[in-house]
Design a protein around this ligand. Structure first.
Ligand code: DQA
Length: 146
């Protein structure tokens, strides 16, 4: 069984980008932590990061039929209808993650167009939110019998 960990734009800069909001953990460390938890829970975690909306859509399509997806859409969460439609189109449960508490930030971050079609949503828990999301994805997959 395979889960996709998909990070969106600017998350390649994790660790040095605005540490007050996002902490000092790098993307490589996030990926290693989620992959390690996956091994513990008996799933393979495939990691991808893209700054491009189209590539993220392609990655979601490729995960069709997988156990699920942990996705931090970055800023695309706030306006990408293409990403929303891709989440809606694949059968796999997608749990959306935001490291920061987007509701404590600018108003434009309070809207997520992807969250209404996601299987779950985690924000403001920091990097551990990714691990919570992996557990949530597997819970959703179990409910669906996939
Ligand atoms: C983010 C929140 C978004 O508003 C922002 O554009 C990001 C990161 C987060 O993880 O907190 O790039 O998704």
């Amino acid at each position: 069984r395979t889960v996709l960990l998909l990070n969106g734009p600017n998350l390649n800069l994790l660790g040095t980008r605005d540490p007050g909001q996002y902490g000092t953990t790098t993307l490589a460390e996030v990926e290693a932590r989620v992959a390690a938890l996956g091994r513990e829970l008996g799933v393979e975690v495939v990691c991808a990061q893209s700054n491009g909306e189209g590539e993220m859509v392609d990655r979601l399509h490729a995960a069709r039929g997988w156990a699920g997806v942990v996705m931090n859409p970055g800023a695309y969460a706030h306006y990408s209808i293409a990403l929303r439609d891709a989440v809606d189109a694949i059968e796999a449960p997608v749990v959306e993650v935001h490291i920061s508490n987007v509701y404590a930030r600018e108003g434009f971050r309070h809207t997520s167009v992807t969250a209404p079609v996601a299987a779950g949503y985690i924000a403001g828990c920091g990097v551990p939110g990714y691990e919570l999301a992996l557990r949530a994805v597997l819970g959703r997959a179990a409910e669906r019998g996939t």
